[in-house]
Design a protein around this ligand. Structure first.
Ligand code: HDE
Length: 714
């Protein structure tokens, strides 16, 4: 038997504390190769044959097993949210929330609850690009001491539709044309906008999807929302309504649309990579759990129905109480076993958390359980290691595909006397789940509540809450999407039936851009009881913050060529790294780049390998020979020009400004100082100003001004 380091068990769920490096080995070390039955295999290169040139024998159990396993490696991808990335971590409340709920994991500040979180895009297939314009899934599985609680949310607080009955229609319309399977992972096509134009309840969500929220910079830099209104039940049995929020500690940030499209080609794995690499580098992704708690009686108090998932509860009306922290600090060991096989079910709740009658939520309660049967091949998916609760499971469920548990005893029914009536139901005092006894009194009816009727007030509120820059982005996104719609009546209907009731100016701008005109007669007056109200803007909805943030985990490119000033570059690099940024040197060739002052450095990327869209900011080294060489390199000129165009912080030290000039970036700014363009001669000052520029994420004031154009573009 070869000696080997201890390997992790293949079937136990890793505990939150586990940091054993063996877990992260690339390949198991020192193991004999065996069949699935544990029989050691003597060769895995040749099949068993009747003579070296003879036919392969059916009795070759190793060949048959190897090929059979390979044939079945793929499982159906998720119908929606097929593309994702995930991480393990923990959740801990800051203080007991027993005033709201009896859920153990929310009432014990000492409890560190293990979690598994999967982020995703919605529309694309499993192999699609990460940075497409789309909603992002934010699904959290809490392995609590009382069983699993799944909070299966999105990065937007509202949804397209009000009733789950419409979900298959919505998803069929979003997905590619069924004849051509085009376009992949994009809403910019006829069937999506056809559905939208005929379904006014989508108006609010459409504003979100056209906003910068749909192109997040990172999974680590986006908010999450439970979307529906849920219930919290306190220890005395009193219920309150609740909206769940996740607030990223790194702030909420987005890409620029052009940049997002470029990344989709240059690095389709951008968000996956970002999450994985940050965690590997020891920078956990952190979010705070926020609650908006509302009395049951106030369900209609805010001028809309809290059961309507196309509405949000403005933070200015009910502040978000930050109650605990989610820390994602461990990457999955195996993508398939964990990220792919994880089964989130909206119906997974623990005592102290309950549902409401939101008709979208109610349909989800059926869908998530049902879909796992196809995806995971039968009813035993909860036994897969990633889905298994840490709370013990005892019941009389048995058999079915892929059964793992070997049950003892013969009393597989209830009541029984052969097993002393175990497992037996638990009373609420013993931790048994008790559904909230909501009084229900009504007729069976297939109808939408009138209280769900106002589709445009919140869409307008969202638009009114945007800064000018965000509004411009949203308008441009609409021009892009509607411009790609081929059928003119669909374009026209989006403008008249959806955009105009939200905002006439918006409708007019989009109409002009897509070659239509506004047809006032086509806009229906709102029905009685469905009047559009004017709501005060909610500044919390804007993600552009004037105050800046942290530079932690930001990716900074430092451009160098032979003859660069090594010492000053090293000083700036050290300052950036001290602030938590991740710095990479880029040159025309990989390897050592000779400096002018003996402080040579290693280029870890070339312009060909790493385009500017992979970075948050750019620094150009001092040293005339280096700057001249870069200024004579098309790719370097393009790199800087693009970074500037995407409103990123760009700094040039000393002679480095030569490259700015080559990229046609004006370094003499007069009084219109751009805090994101730093042209300095002193390394100390450049570092401080550069870091302040990076912390502001993007320098939007550049947009609308004459944009420097990289010379390679026509
Ligand atoms: Fe989902 N959704 N959904 N959804 N959803 C799925 O479940 C569904 C909705 C969300 O990382 C599926 O296991 C219906 C709202 C996330 O594994 C499926 C309706 C929100 C994920 C399904 C909705 C979501 C899913 C596909 C309308 C935000 C990915 C595979 C009634 C609150 C979870 C699966 C992961 C996945 C159905 C609407 C979020 C088919 C029927 C609203 C984050 O069951």
């Amino acid at each position: 038997m070869p000696t080997r380091k201890k390997q992790p068990s293949r079937t136990t769920k890793p505990t939150a504390k586990e940091s054993d490096l063996d877990r992260f080995r690339e390949t198991p070390d020192g193991e004999f190769l065996t069949t699935d039955q544990g029989v050691r295999v003597s060769s895995t290169d040749d099949s068993l044959k009747a003579g070296p040139r003879g036919p392969t024998l059916l009795e070759d159990f190793h060949l048959r097993e190897k090929i059979m396993r390979f044939d079945h490696e793929r499982i159906p991808e998720r119908v929606v949210h097929a593309r994702g990335a995930a991480a393990h971590g923990t959740f801990q409340v800051y203080r007991s929330l027993s005033k709201y709920t009896r859920a153990a994991f929310l009432t014990d500040p000492a409890a560190k609850t293990p979690v598994f979180v999967r982020f995703s895009t919605v529309a694309g297939s499993r192999g699609s690009a990460d940075t497409v314009r789309d909603v992002r899934g934010f699904a959290v599985k809490f392995y609590t001491s009382e069983g699993n609680f799944d909070l299966v949310g999105n990065n937007m607080p509202v949804f397209f539709i009000q009733d789950g009955m419409k979900f298959p229609d919505l998803v069929h319309a979003i997905k590619p044309n069924p004849r051509k399977e085009i376009p992949q992972a994009s809403t910019a096509h006829d069937s999506f906008w056809d559905f939208i134009s005929l379904t006014p309840e989508t108006a609010h969500m459409v504003m979100w999807v056209m906003s910068d929220r749909a192109i997040p910079r990172s999974y680590r830099m986006m908010e999450g929302f439970g979307v529906h209104t849920f219930r919290l039940i306190d220890p005395a049995g009193k219920a309150r309504l609740v909206k769940f929020h996740w607030k990223p500690l790194l702030g909420t940030h987005s890409l620029v649309w052009e940049e997002a499209q470029q990344i989709a080609g240059k690095d389709p794995d951008y968000h996956r990579r970002d999450l994985f690499e940050a965690i590997e580098a020891g920078a956990p992704a952190e979010y705070e759990l926020g609650l908006q708690v509302v009395d049951e009686a106030d369900v209609l108090k805010f001028g809309f129905d809290l059961l309507d998932a196309t509405k949000l509860l403005p933070e200015e009306l009910v502040p978000v109480e930050r109650v605990g922290k989610l820390t994602l600090d461990r990457n999955p060991m195996n993508f398939f076993a964990e990220t792919e096989q994880v089964a989130f079910c909206v119906g997974n709740v623990v005592p102290g958390i309950d549902f409401t009658n939101d008709p979208l939520l109610q349909a989800r309660l059926f869908s998530y359980l049902d879909t796992q049967i196809t995806r995971l091949g039968g009813p035993n998916f909860a036994e897969l290691p990633i889905n298994r609760p840490i709370a013990p499971v005892h019941n009389n469920q048995q058999d079915g595909f892929g059964r793992q548990t070997i049950n003892g005893g013969v009393a597989n029914y209830s009541p029984n006397s052969l097993g002393d009536n175990f497992p037996k139901p638990a009373s609420p005092k013993e931790g048994g789940y008790k559904h909230y006894m909501e009084r229900i009194d009504g007729q069976k009816i297939r109808e939408r509540s009138d209280s769900f009727g106002d589709h445009f007030s919140q869409a307008r509120m969202f638009l009114d809450s945007m800064t000018d820059v965000e509004r411009t982005h949203l308008t441009e996104a609409l021009c892009f999407e509607i411009g790609k719609v081929e059928r003119l009546p669909v374009r026209q209907r989006v403008i008249d039936a959806i955009l105009a009731p939200i905002d006439e100016a918006l409708a007019a701008t989009v109409a002009k851009a897509v070659g239509s005109s506004r047809d006032k007669a086509a806009t229906k007056a709102p029905a009685k009881g469905q009047r559009t109200k004017t709501m005060a803007p909610s500044p919390a909805l804007s993600i552009i913050r004037p105050d800046g943030g942290s530079i932690a985990t930001r990716r900074i490119a430092m451009l160098v060529a032979e003859g660069f000033a090594g010492r000053s570059l090293a000083a700036v690099k050290a300052a950036l790294e001290k602030g938590g940024a991740s710095v990479e040197l880029i040159s025309t060739d990989l390897g050592t780049v000779k400096s002018a002052d003996g402080a040579d450095a290693e280029a870890v990327r070339t312009f060909m390998i790493a385009p500017s869209v992979m970075y948050d900011a750019v620094f150009i080294a001092d040293g005339q020979a280096s700057a001249d060489a870069l200024a004579g390199t098309d790719d370097a000129v393009r790199f800087v020009g693009e970074a500037f165009r995407h409103c990123k912080a760009v700094a040039a030290l000393g002679a480095g400004r030569t490259l700015l000039t080559a990229a046609r970036i004006a370094t003499d700014q007069g009084k219109d100082q751009d805090p994101g363009l730093i042209v300095e001669t002193a390394p100390g000052t450049v570092a401080t100003r550069f870091m302040a520029g990076i912390a502001r994420h993007r320098h939007w004031a550049r947009q609308g001004k004459a944009k420097p154009r990289p010379p390679l573009e026509p």
